[in-house]
Write a protein that binds this ligand. Sequence first.
Ligand code: SF4
Ligand code: SF4
Length: 69
Amino acid sequence: MEAKAEKKKTPATIEIIEAWCKGCEICVKLCPVDALEMRDLVVAVKDIDACTKCMLCELRCPDFCITVS
Ligand code: SF4
Ligand code: SF4
């Protein structure tokens, strides 16, 4: 078995268009590493270092508020 790949990843950047966010919390609930949180009904980045760039939040946000790079 292959040893756990210790991939040196570049840190993620998460852009949020706050004006488009309707506060549905889908992204917060979907994030597997709990990197997002709600702040006053708008999503915010809680822990950028935790983000694995899985893209779930970007893909599943119904209002296209999130861009992960
Ligand atoms: S890209 Fe994945 S890990 Fe990063 S904030 Fe979005 S859901 Fe969480
Ligand atoms: S999924 Fe989109 S609209 Fe819903 S809370 Fe997240 S960023 Fe806002």
